[in-house]
Design a protein around this ligand. Structure first.
Ligand code: GLY
Length: 372
């Protein structure tokens, strides 16, 4: 049974597009596409694993409406956002005579969305894009706001763009079937959003943790609506990340340094897990910088409810080695501007500030105390 529960509108500069949240809404895709283009030509860039489940039904939905749809299956993950896959997509579009009016649909997590979104943005300077984010992180964060990119020479998002889709469909069904570790990693980004926004929303996440962990449909849909609205509101005030959009990087400066601290083949941290650890570090720094109390312990309280990590693992390194790797990684951040490395610090929950020029010893102390 279909439930279209929420119909949001993202209005970002001259762009305006619907974000539809519900359950079992995939079959509405052909009709939704017909609202913005007459072209019945669609290419789906789809996570290989999801194609096995959703490929057949999607072929059926498009067939019913006389669409000509084809699929490019991509193995999702950090490595898929590369030039090789980008050229594979562009090559397919060109060889099969796709035009600007045709539609590229991305169906998968953040990496598939970034890769396919970037391809759509450069193909003849931009073709129609529809985003169907399938992870919690992608539904509440990466699919909204237009950031699309591929990695280059080991530099994350080195070739990128701002490009908005014509439509975003968020289906609860994907959240329901997400592996637990990915769900919890997404929850970390949800907590990030509420911590930078308000005590009220933070209380919502704290009070409803049992239902959220059980993935109760009604509560999850309320949560999605809340967090997506937070994202829309920040991006519409500052699409190009000159001021308030930076708040969404809360926990990310140190978190990303932790995430890439070991060059292991298998991911040792999910993005959200590393961001949670990054938030703990900056909460410690903020208590000293703003002389606020209980900020760190309030982070710990909510993280514990969702089983988010509270310590940085040493793996096979010594504590000092690990600290130095993470500290060095912080300064690899290419987004760093002339004022030096910037941190988002909370002067209390719901009161984010961007602060630069921190002294080395406090940054190191905030990391070192968590390493076990
Ligand atoms: N994920 C952070 C942003 O979209 O700005």
């Amino acid at each position: 049974m279909e439930f279209l529960l929420v119909n949001l509108k993202a209005k970002i500069n001259q762009f305006s597009y619907p974000i539809k949240i519900g359950t079992n809404i995939l079959h509405t895709l052909p009709k939704e596409i017909s609202k913005f283009t007459k072209s019945k030509k669609v290419l789906l860039i789809i996570d290989k694993n999801l194609f096995n489940v959703y490929g057949k039904p999607l072929i059926k939905y498009f067939g019913k409406h006389n669409f000509k749809c084809s699929f490019l299956q991509i193995t999702a993950g950090k490595k898929c956002k590369d030039i090789k896959n980008l050229l594979k997509i562009v090559n397919y579009l060109e060889k099969n005579k796709f035009s600007k009016d045709s539609t590229l649909v991305v169906l998968g997590g953040g990496t598939i969305g970034d890769l396919g979104g970037f391809a759509a943005s450069v193909y003849y300077r931009g073709m129609n894009l529809v985003s169907i984010p399938t992870t919690l992180t992608a539904q509440i964060d990466s699919s909204i706001g237009g950031k699309v990119a591929v990695n280059f020479n080991n530099n994350v998002n080195a070739i990128g763009n701002y490009y908005h889709p014509k439509l975003i469909l968020c289906d609860y069904k994907f959240i329901k079937t997400l592996p637990n570790r990915d769900f919890i990693s997404g929850i970390s980004e949800v907590i990030k959003s509420v911590l930078i926004t308000s005590k009220k929303d933070t209380k919502f996440m704290s009070e409803n943790y049992a239902k959220i962990l059980k993935r109760d449909k009604q509560v999850i849909l309320r949560m999605l609506k809340k967090i997506i609205n937070i994202k829309i509101n920040l991006v519409k005030r500052d699409e190009r990340e000159r001021n308030v959009r930076m708040f969404l990087n809360y926990g990310h400066t140190i978190g990303q340094a932790i995430e890439s601290s070991l060059n292991l083949k298998s991911e040792h941290y999910r993005h959200g897990e590393a961001v949670a650890l990054g938030m703990l570090c900056v909460a410690y720094m903020a208590e000293r910088y703003f002389k606020v109390k209980d900020l760190y312990s309030n982070h710990v309280k909510i993280f514990k409810k969702y089983n988010l990590p509270l310590n940085i693992k040493k793996f096979s390194k010594s504590k000092n080695q690990m600290l130095n790797i993470i500290y060095k990684n912080i300064f690899k951040d290419k987004k760093k501007n002339h004022t030096g490395i910037r941190f988002v610090l909370l002067n209390g929950i719901g009161n984010p500030n961007v602060v630069s020029n921190f002294n080395e010893s406090l940054i190191k102390e905030s990391i070192s105390r968590l390493i076990r």
